[in-house]
Design a protein around this ligand. Structure first.
Ligand SMILES: Nc1nc2c(ncn2[C@@H]2O[C@H](COP(=O)(O)OP(=O)(O)OP(=O)(O)O)[C@@H](O)[C@H]2O)c(=O)[nH]1
Ligand code: SF4
Ligand SMILES: [Mg+2]
Length: 394
């Protein structure tokens, strides 16, 4: 991702599903106008999901995803189907690609019911319009990836899909009014990436600009002096790591919160995270705790999940729980063995994926929280950091 492009977590995720050889990869290439996915008449050509971030007019910034055939078989085939199911968790709009020769069968019906179950809008597309003719079901779209007939119509249908964001919350714009002054306290220590800000900080500044507010970024080391000179911000947002220090310097009358609290809310998980965090207080020797990170490499989070958080939890509880870790797209389907699941901020995951993980834990009766909320609880500052969040203020 370049610094000028929309973060992938904020793009509408459009994924192509269907049987092997249905024409998924050909359709992705035709819709994007680029040769992104390998096409062949051999069944099972696509073995791993293929991603393409782009501007798709008239829809806007999207993440287009090609998937392996949903009817793949054998040990490897099942692994591929599992990968396809992982894609399903983050899909905002699904395209069910259908070979007219097969028509709608068991595979397509299964996909439809999965989408309905999860509230994912979907469009059924029949391929090979150049060589096959005949009736197609009402509402389906007929295209040819060879002649490109129907492709523009499909793009318009994609743009017309009513795609409400899974979380109703922006990052910060509903907590301020135009003309407000907001302070951002950002430590620039060795954990900070060289020469740039991290994604949640960039996104917050952008939203404040869009909302007609001024934001002033200041390091934690200068914050106290700075606040003396400019004592009336409408809101102060700080990094979780320096929350204690910033809270001490900030009068109770000034609203204060953290980037992680705002991002958890934006991702739609804050209420549950604030509820689930109390499980920390009940942790006992030998309890299993799952620490889950949304990306596998180039983490902005450094060693928070793997080292700092377990150390803090041991100190806070006085117990020695068993820590287990997952990263990237993988997240267990069964979390019932865990006393608590603590997720990272998920800045690389879209809202659907985060909400899916949270709901899975909820459905299995396992408390779910995230790094920012857990750290705030252990430092005794949770109450203060959620005081400015209307739905949690009580
Ligand atoms: N004539 C014609 N051939 C098509 C069309 N769409 C796909 N094909 C052909 O169908 C075959 C399979 O297409 P792919 O796009 O690789 O199908 P896929 O669904 O991605 O298949 P897997 O990756 O194996 O699951 C290829 O030989 C394509 O050229 C179409 O609209 N018209
Ligand atoms: S918050 Fe999660 S997804 Fe974002 S950089 Fe850290 S580990 Fe990766
Ligand atoms: Mg393919």
């Amino acid at each position: 991702m370049s610094l000028n492009s929309t973060p992938s977590s904020e793009r509408v995720h459009v994924a192509f599903f269907g049987r092997r050889n249905a024409g998924k990869s050909s359709l992705l290439n035709a819709v994007t106008g680029q040769d992104i996915a390998v096409v062949s008449d051999v069944e099972g050509t696509t073995t791993d999901p293929v991603y393409k971030a782009m501007e798709l007019l008239p829809l806007g910034p999207v993440m287009m995803i090609d998937t392996p055939g949903y009817d793949d078989e054998g040990v490897l085939g099942e692994k591929r189907v599992e990968k396809t199911r992982e894609i399903l968790r983050k899909t905002d709009i699904a395209v069910v690609v259908t070979d007219p020769e097969h028509g709608i069968g068991g595979v397509e019906e299964e996909l439809f019911s999965l989408f309905r179950e999860r509230g994912v809008p979907y469009i059924t597309v029949f391929t090979r319009a150049d060589i096959m003719s005949g009736e197609i079901p009402e509402g389906a779209v007929s295209v040819s990836s060879v002649t490109k007939s129907g492709i523009n119509g499909l793009k318009e249908r994609l743009a017309a899909v009513k795609n409400d964001p899974p979380s109703p919350y922006p990052i910060v714009s509903d907590l301020i009014v135009p003309g407000d002054l907001v302070f951002l306290v950002i430590p620039i220590d060795k954990a900070a990436p060289k020469g740039r800000l991290i994604l949640p900080q960039q996104q917050t500044i952008r939203e404040l600009l869009d909302a007609g507010c001024a934001s002033v970024a200041v390091r934690d080391t200068e914050y106290r002096d700075f606040l003396e000179k400019h004592p009336s911000p409408s809101l102060v947002i700080c990094d979780s790591q320096v929350f204690g220090k910033v809270a001490e310097a900030t009068p109770e009358s000034v609203r204060l919160t953290s980037f992680s609290i705002l991002m958890a809310r934006h991702k739609g998980i804050l209420t549950q995270a604030a509820r689930g965090v109390f499980a920390l207080d009940g942790l006992r020797e030998g309890d299993r705790v799952l620490i889950s990170e949304g990306c596998t490499h180039h983490r902005q989070c450094d060693d928070i999940g793997s080292v700092k958080l377990p150390r803090m939890i041991r100190g806070y509880t006085g117990a020695e729980p068993i820590f287990e870790f997952t990263s990237g797209g993988s997240f267990p389907n069964d979390v019932t063995g865990y006393a608590l699941v603590i997720h990272c901020g998920g800045c690389m995951l879209n809202e659907r994926e985060m909400i899916y993980r949270m709901k899975l834990c909820e459905a299995q009766g396992v408390p779910f929280t995230n790094y920012g909320v857990a750290i705030a609880q252990m430092k005794g500052i949770l109450k203060r950091s959620i005081k400015s969040i209307p739905e949690l203020a009580e």
